[in-house]
Design a protein around this ligand. Structure first.
Ligand code: PLP
Length: 379
């Protein structure tokens, strides 16, 4: 029997697996009959959206029958002011994932290749392979690296450059590792990358990054026309459900992205909420403080448990375990706590845990302690 449907799919689909999202709370609640579930699996803001963003989204609901502003003018104007950048440098996306896809559709095809690091964000391989381009995966820094274990190795990335490479993806900070790259190292890297290659700096976690040696690459945009920086409203701005992100780039790059962009890719409630969220610096500040305190709480408890974790500039932490991360993930699920196994990122000994509110972190830590003591008792 010939596999007609298999032959129907473009060949590259046979190399892809669907993205594995964090398990929704409602699904676990149904499965376990539990009511009090804690989700620390998708790097969402545990304080929720800004109340101003909620009101702004609500105020658009009577216009649900109208198409949204396909150019997102008001949000773009606000972003242009915020970054003191030409409005034509801004591209809005249905989440920043949409922008990543606009990039692969604009600049890659079956003859071309893209570079990204091992353990980098899962959407890079998916969107590169989806357009039939070649994914060149650079080795990460070693597990025993003194500063950034499993982090991006910029020299290894440079070594993979050849004439087919048109795009390089860098997540700063990276998900799932949490590792980051210092601005000077980034600039030295950009100087060495041929200007015929687009460098994508994914700053989805920019607003969480509180480490002293981290800085955004936005300041480098005027120097490098082949640089594009992406940002998201899904993480610290707490609007993951609405799907809004954006990029800053040379206007020529933005023009190309705009040619393949769907006309109404960002909806009205999302545009309004994102615009309002930018005005609520107090909510953002509270969210950052919660994150900083939460990381202190988690790290000190993990130290007491004798567990190693990766350095993080994000709103999540990767914890190394004495057993498979997926087993710990499953044991925690039974206690109503959802974290993320990251064996799909070739880190089978780890789980990735989003920083929650302090009560949520405490419940996670108690459950983790129980899970680990159970398995040691059996051993
Ligand atoms: C969450 C995440 C994104 C994008 O999220 P959107 O919701 O599509 O804006 C992009 N990059 C990284 C590294 C992420 O973790």
């Amino acid at each position: 029997m010939t596999d007609e449907l298999g032959a129907l799919a473009v060949p590259q689909l046979h190399t892809l697996r669907p993205y594995e999202p964090g398990k929704p709370e409602s699904e676990l609640a149904r499965e376990l009959g539990l009511s009090h579930i804690i989700k620390l699996a998708s790097n969402e803001n545990p304080l929720g959206p800004s109340p101003k963003a909620i009101l702004a989204a609500q105020s658009t609901l009577s216009e649900l029958h109208r198409y949204p502003d396909g150019n997102g003018f008001i949000l773009k104007q606000k972003l242009a002011d915020l970054h003191t950048i030409d409005i034509n440098s801004i591209t809005l996306g249905n989440g920043s994932n949409d922008i990543l896809e606009l990039i692969t559709r604009s600049f890659l095809n079956t003859e071309r290749a893209a570079i990204f690091s091992r353990h980098a964000f899962a959407v890079y391989p998916i969107s590169v392979r989806a357009v039939g381009a070649t994914a060149k995966v650079s080795p990460a820094l070693p597990a025993d690296h003194p500063k950034m274990p499993y982090g991006h190795d910029l020299s290894a990335m440079l070594n993979l450059i050849d004439e087919r490479v048109k795009v390089i993806f860098i997540a700063n900070p990276n998900n799932p590792t949490g590792t980051w790259i210092e601005l000077q190292a980034l600039e030295n890297f950009l100087i060495r990358v041929p200007s015929s290659i687009l460098v994508v700096l994914d700053e989805a976690y920019f607003e969480c990054a509180q480490v002293p040696d981290y800085a955004s690459a936005v300041s480098l945009l005027t120097k490098f026309a082949n640089l594009i920086v992406t940002r998201s409203f899904s993480k610290m701005h707490g609007l993951a459900n609405l799907r809004v992100g954006y990029s800053l780039s040379h206007p020529r790059i933005a023009d190309y992205l705009n040619r393949v962009r769907q006309p109404f890719n960002v909806n009205g409630p999302a545009l309004a909420a994102a615009t309002a969220a930018l005005d609520d610096s107090e909510h953002l500040e509270n969210s950052r403080e919660n994150n900083t305190r939460g990381l202190i709480q988690l790290r000190s408890a993990l130290d007491n448990l004798g567990l190693r974790y990766l350095p993080t500039a994000g709103n999540f932490i990767c914890i190394e375990l004495p057993q498979l991360g997926r087993d710990v993930f499953n044991a925690l699920l039974k206690k109503g706590i959802i974290v993320r196994p990251i064996d799909g990122y070739e880190l089978p000994q780890f789980i990735r845990v989003t920083v929650g509110r302090s009560d949520e972190n405490t419940r996670f830590l108690t459950a983790l302690t129980e899970v680990l003591s159970m398995t040691t008792a059996h051993a």
